[in-house]
Design a protein around this ligand. Structure first.
Ligand code: IPE
Ligand code: IPE
Ligand code: MG
Length: 224
């Protein structure tokens, strides 16, 4: 049985879910947040050490302004309401992605990370304004600046995920089979599960089903 240390998730399908319910895309985002809470709880139960959630990509700025503002207001509300709970549950929050948000949001992110920095049970990596290509470019610039040799160890050291082991598995909900610029380096050997369900419909049972399937997968890493 494979141990599960790190799960990465592309939480996709909120917008379509909202429209399917004859409501707005933003309604779907709001519901999607409930799934986030469920999956965090279930990750704790499964003793998973790292959970990386793709919340906003560098490409998502192309969306209408009102949707973007809504997403960030949801995030702000979530952190304000839940950071103490996360802290009590011994969860550490880490943001990955470029932080060029409003001063207010940057501060909330900073405070949330600082508050939970010593926590040990589960680390949640929240990918915000994250894009793998830009992360890699930045990493290579770092190598050049520090005059470090180009090798796998040094590239890893310069990524935003430098201290985080690579994901064992990636789950993408929303019936879409692509990576959308997420963790291209880190997912090199992850098991990938594409789920048909839209993110707000994804639940603990679905999650456990994937974890169970993962545990039984034969991982070769090039070997036989
Ligand atoms: C959520 O799903 C992902 C975010 C960018 C927050 P989407 O908003 O992409 O939903 P669909 O794929 O359009 O249904
Ligand atoms: C990926 O979903 C980004 C997040 C889940 C945050 P998208 O819905 O933005 O991906 P594409 O544009 O369909 O590839
Ligand atoms: Mg989508």
């Amino acid at each position: 049985m494979n141990p599960i240390n790190h799960v990465a998730i592309i939480m996709d399908g909120n917008g379509r879910w909202g429209l399917k319910k004859k409501k707005s895309r933003n309604f779907g985002h709001e519901k999607g947040l409930l799934t986030v809470e469920k999956i965090i709880k279930e990750s704790l139960k499964n003793k998973i050490k790292y959970l990386t959630l793709f919340a906003f990509s560098t490409e998502n700025w192309k969306r209408p302004k009102y949707e973007i503002s809504f997403l960030f207001s949801l995030l702000e509300k979530f952190l304000k309401e839940k950071i103490n709970d996360l802290n009590k549950n011994n969860i550490k929050l880490k943001i990955i992605g470029k932080r060029n948000f409003s001063k207010r949001l940057n501060k909330i992110l900073y405070i949330s990370e600082k508050k939970t920095i010593e926590n040990k049970k589960l680390q949640i990596n929240l990918a915000l304004n994250y894009g793998s290509k830009s992360e890699l470019v930045y990493a290579f610039k770092g190598l050049k600046k520090k005059k470090q040799r180009i090798n796998e160890t040094n590239i890893k050291k310069n990524l935003e995920t430098s201290n985080i082991p690579d994901p064992d598995l990636l789950i993408r909900t929303g019936n879409t089979n692509r990576l959308s610029n997420f963790l291209l380096w880190q997912l090199a050997y992850s098991e990938i599960f594409f789920e048909k369900k839209l993110w707000p419909d994804f639940n603990e049972k679905d999650y456990n089903k994937v974890l169970k399937k993962f545990k039984k997968t034969k991982r070769n890493f090039g070997n036989i």
